[in-house]
Design a protein around this ligand. Structure first.
Ligand SMILES: NC(=O)c1ccc[n+]([C@@H]2O[C@H](COP(=O)([O-])OP(=O)(O)OC[C@H]3O[C@@H](n4cnc5c(N)ncnc54)[C@H](O)[C@@H]3O)[C@@H](O)[C@H]2O)c1
Length: 379
């Protein structure tokens, strides 16, 4: 594999792929020769390229990981597909649904394997919940709700390229983390979001942008030289959703909620039982009952269904976490690539179709909010 972009999340792609044991990490591409060579050396990757084109041209690179800022997703992924490479893109698949749709079509035409890192799918108890719902354990799902809240943009000294529409896209909170929530809600419930009604807010309307670049999720240093800029994207959103089986739902996404670090919560209430999973407490799955005491299922390979046991790698009480779920996703994707054409796609593997769908949902929510909060279909 070769990876384009090795900032915050890129090294986690490398780490996850290395743990598989049957994939060689061949190259990393950065924005220039010097930074690429420095990243390659620091990450112990043999080749460092100063351009993504050079990495894509390397015949030893069969799979291209795209971990660049959002505005580069389309061009890097399109170039990789054009050379017949398999692509694993970080989310969002592209800045707009129109671009994502084009990438999906191009990938299908080229016959390459295409995946998007909606990595929360890789958690063992997420797969347990999905499997239980598919089997009918909670009856008919009728309410899907939750939130994805973070606090790393709560002060006006917090800054990221994610807040600049030309680099991050038209949305911040929804595109960056709301998209994860929507994908997970659909994946676990087995339902599709068909309509949305959105209310969006920019809680911090102007920010002190550092004149020099700063690592993702890092706080400002006192000595940072800054300039005041107006923020045009939302950092908080509340959304009502409807699903294709008639189920209703609601979720919030915000990056300005102190104390919530990476707090993704998903609850699905059905006619017979409810299930709740919380990313910050990811080794437990709450099961709600009407006629008997509620339960908390621990992540323990001996307690979860045999069909999803492959996602848990340690005995009960040995906590598994974000990086393990990321690795599970890579195991599914690379297993699918290795199996070759005709193989059955593992359900936890999100494709460009899922990435395209996420873009469509976010755009519908933004449009709904722009129109003053009206129900809109997700086209
Ligand atoms: N799946 C997840 O949970 C998750 C988590 C974090 C980020 N992401 C996604 O991953 C992507 C990257 O986010 P990040 O937080 O790592 O950002 P980042 O800013 O920390 O890293 C981006 C990297 O890309 C490099 N880069 C910029 N221009 C380049 C070019 N022309 N060629 C090659 N490299 C270039 C930058 O130098 C930087 O090292 C985003 O799209 C983000 O949405 C996903």
């Amino acid at each position: 594999m070769g990876i384009v972009g090795a900032g915050f999340v890129g090294p986690h792609h490398i780490d996850a792929v290395r743990r598989l044991g049957f994939v060689d990490v061949v190259a990393v591409a950065g924005s220039n020769d010097a930074s690429a060579k420095a990243k390659a050396e620091a990450l112990h990757v043999p080749r460092g390229y100063g351009s993504y084109e050079a990495l894509i041209d390397d015949p030893d690179v069969h799979v291209v990981h795209n971990a660049t800022p959002n505005y580069l997703h389309y061009r890097v992924t399109a170039a990789a597909i054009a050379k017949g490479k398999h692509v694993i893109s970080d989310k969002p698949l592209a800045m707009t649904a129109a671009e994502s749709g084009k990438l999906l079509e191009q990938a299908k035409r080229a016959g390459i394997v295409h995946a998007v890192t909606f990595n929360y799918r890789g958690n063992p108890l997420v797969q347990q919940a999905r499997h239980a719902i598919e089997r009918g354990d909670i009856g008919k799902p009728h309410f899907v709700h939750g939130y994805y809240l973070q606090d790393w943009l709560s002060r006006d000294t917090d800054y990221s390229w994610r807040l600049e529409p030309d680099k991050g896209g038209a949305s911040s909170a929804l595109g960056d983390i709301g998209s994860h929530w929507c994908d997970l809600a659909q994946h676990v419930s087995g339902l599709r979001i068909t309509h949305v009604l959105g209310d969006i807010t920019t809680v911090v309307p102007s920010r002190k942008r550092p004149k020099a670049s700063r690592d993702a999720f890092s706080a400002a240093a006192k000595a940072d030289d800054t300039e005041l800029v107006d923020i045009r994207v939302e950092d908080l959103a509340s959304v009502l959703v409807r699903f294709d089986n008639g189920a209703k739902g609601t979720f919030s996404a915000g990056q300005v909620c102190p104390g919530h670090k990476n707090d993704l919560v998903l609850e699905i209430c059905g006619s017979a039982a409810s299930l709740l999973w919380r990313q910050e407490n990811q080794n437990e799955l709450w099961v709600g009952h009407r006629e008997r005491p509620n339960e908390v299922l621990q992540k323990d390979p001996s307690l979860i269904d045999s069909d999803v046991r492959g996602y848990a790698h340690l005995p009960g009480g040995h906590q598994e976490a974000w990086a393990d779920a990321f690795c599970n996703l890579m195991r599914d994707i690379y297993g699918f690539i290795a199996a070759g054409p005709g193989a059955e796609r593992p359900p936890a593997m999100a494709t460009f179709e899922d990435g395209y769908r996420a873009n469509c949902i976010v755009e519908a929510i933004l449009e709904s909010a722009r129109k003053g909060g009206v129900w809109l279909p997700v086209d």
